[in-house]
Design a protein around this ligand. Sequence first.
Ligand code: PLP
Length: 347
Amino acid sequence: MKQLEQLVRPNIWKLAPYSSARDEYSGKQAHVFLDANENPYSMTDNNRYPDPLQRELKVALSKVKGVAPEHIFLGNGSDEAIDLPYRIFCEPGRDNVVAIEPTYGMYRVCADINNVEYRTVKLNESFQFQADQILQACDEHTKLIWFCSPNNPTGNSLDRQEMLHVVERFQGIVIIDEAYIDFSRQQSFRSELATHPNLIVLNTMSKAWALAAIRLGMAFASKEIIDIFNKVKYPYNINRLTQAEAMEALANPYDVDRWVKSILDERVRMMKAFLELPVCQQVYPSDANFFLARMTDAQSIYDYLVDHGIIVRNRSRITLCHNCLRVTIGLKSENNELIAALRQYVQ
Ligand SMILES: *Cc1c(COP(=O)(O)O)cnc(C)c1O
């Protein structure tokens, strides 16, 4: 890896962050807070600004994730953790990033917003890649490489060895989005952080943790990288309600285990049911809470399902996903409704 100073945009490296009232006071015992122009009257605790660094929540998360608090950044969804690396590392109009295709659409949207060139390497028929292909797409202006594993919309985990080769050989930053890792038997790359200072791993509370509405995403990385994230983020990016809800959820991790188990059982059942449908040509392996299915005519099946009040994701126009629908695993009753509707479909 290059020196971090060589990778970070000069204006960000030099940035003196905004110092909030709650930043300047920290730790010492105090009981009168007249520093932040808050209103002292309130029925709830919502009159006070929240902890800008979410210290209590990071301690709770560190126990579940096996990563020390100073290696954790919390964002307003993964969305924030996806956008910040562009703003930190990529000089608009000059630098570029490399990603696999197909993959999650937000990496490209954030590249476009930040005026950063987005280069892609097409996956093979098994939705895998080789490290050499990725490295060949890079030049001296490539700052970031994006992986998503398990990948969205394909559902499969990417080859761990190939990803490791890239992490070890690339001079810039490699980001591995593991939004669906809780549904997978693969080992998380969080365990590789100590040995790979150029690695950023993303997780989210939106999928297995069933908290998409509270908007809480995580980035795990070296302390040096996390410090830069914290310098660039909005001061109070995680509101108090979100922090409180997340603390509550982390106190009950066994709910998540039960949900994941039910979803995985249903995934097996649904993939089998799809394979038996005359309109389904192929079901791709999945390590996530959804699967990709190749249909005879994805668009008309999609329209038919919409008419029956059932929404799946039509991925037909995505590279390598011609005639594919992406199906999220729902409640047993919802899954049954989908299958029943598809059995009634006439071509
Ligand atoms: C759903 C998803 C996320 C989660 O995004 P949030 O902003 O945390 O809700 C992140 N990455 C991928 C690949 C996803 O599919």
